[in-house]
Design a protein around this ligand. Sequence first.
Ligand SMILES: [Zn+2]
Length: 152
Amino acid sequence: MLPDVDVLGFRFGIHYGDLWGHRGMTHSLIFAAVVGFLMSFRFALRTEERRAMMLLLFVVTASHGALDALTNGGLGVAFFSPFNRERYFLPWTPVEVSPIGAGRFFSGRGLEVILSEMIWLWGPLIVVGAILHWLTGRKKDSGWSSLRDSVR
Ligand SMILES: [Zn+2]
């Protein structure tokens, strides 16, 4: 959820299409890398575990922008900000875009968005997560298993 902190910028006069606007800098790969690097120090891990944690946090943070790029509205995602501020969507955009703001979200439109996300995001991600959990559980000596166990 961290990348969507950019919606606070609307209150301070930052426009949607600005560098720090919605789906801008905080949705970029550079931002995901910085978050992954800095947050990996939050965990007292050995060096090799910290690298895996950095990668994991990078992928998790970057996935937010990738999932936003699957939506059918807004300006797209500035994946390559600040070097290239162009906004991108993925070639396939099946997910209904969420309205900005809690007031608009808790409406009939919000329910439509939730159903769309359950079909196109949550359902498939739960299946992938279950498969990955099953695969990493089978290899007790893998780096991912020890990383998973150390953050529990
Ligand atoms: Zn977002």
